[in-house]
Write a new protein. Structure first.
Length: 256
């Protein structure tokens, strides 16, 4: 409502469309995986297993999968919007790219809410969300005086604030060290950088135009996925072994 009042209904419509694209990706992929992992965590706790190693493994999987997805969409937001929604919506591309950065920070504290539920600390979590909602509203409202891109950037600030707020308690609940978290972020960050590099090169070569031809984009995405897989293998990333395990029955049927 703040954005609509300050920037007008047209701006609200543009921001809502970019927000819907981001939410569709977040809800259909990330939250579904979170629900599955929550059940696994709860079962592990009932069995008396430590949550730390399980959470660190889950965080590694989340970041290695979702970071290149979000940032890849952010890099290709112009051609993506043009292809899916048409030329009249191309102006939301920058806003969508910024919101994709929000996804990166949110993924960095994956399952924070679930951890507080598992640790029976929902009261503390509610207080954190109250503080976060106030800070987020103030920053977002101030940004709405500027532009929809500034409003999207306010969401990035909110996500960073959430990381600062939740990270110490995630570490405490999971009995993790900062070096453990950094190692996870570093490996997933390297794999992500390799994955999106071809798309960045193609988009930069064409001046970041929404009209960048689809053929080089498709090639860049394909090369990026291949390089991502190689990076996961070289880094001995947990996601590589999960993918390998999942594909083993398929390969057995094909070769069998």
């Amino acid at each position: 409502m703040a954005l609509g009042r300050l920037l007008g209904l047209a701006a609200l419509g543009l921001y809502s469309r970019s927000g819907n694209i981001f939410s569709m990706l977040w809800d259909s992929v990330f939250l579904v995986i979170c629900r599955i992992m929550f059940v696994d965590f709860a079962a592990g706790i009932r069995a008396g297993l430590p949550i730390g190693p399980r959470y660190q493994n889950a965080l590694a999987l989340f970041t290695a999968l979702m970071w290149p997805t979000f940032l890849g969409l952010g890099v290709l937001s112009g051609p993506f919007v043009l292809l899916i929604y048409g030329a009249k919506w191309v102006s939301i591309a920058m806003c969508l790219s910024i919101l994709c950065v929000v996804g990166v920070f949110n993924t960095a504290i994956a399952m924070a809410w679930d951890l507080f539920i598992i640790a029976d600390e929902t009261g503390r979590q509610a207080r954190f969300e109250f503080v976060r909602s106030i800070v987020g509203f103030v920053v977002f409202s101030a940004a709405c005086f500027i532009s929809i891109e500034a409003a999207a950037l306010a969401k990035v600030i909110d996500a960073i604030f959430a990381c600062v707020l939740y990270m110490p308690h995630i570490r405490r609940i999971t009995d993790s060290q900062y070096r453990d978290m950094f190692a996870i972020y570093l490996r997933s960050g390297i794999a992500t950088s390799v994955a999106i590099a071809p798309a960045i090169i193609v988009m930069a070569w064409h001046g970041w135009a929404a009209t960048t031809p689809l053929v080089p984009i498709v090639l860049a995405v394909g090369i990026g996925i291949a390089l991502w897989g190689i990076a996961l293998r070289l880094l001995k990333h947990p996601l590589f072994f999960e993918i390998k395990s999942a594909l083993k029955p398929v390969l057995a049927r094909v070769t069998g």
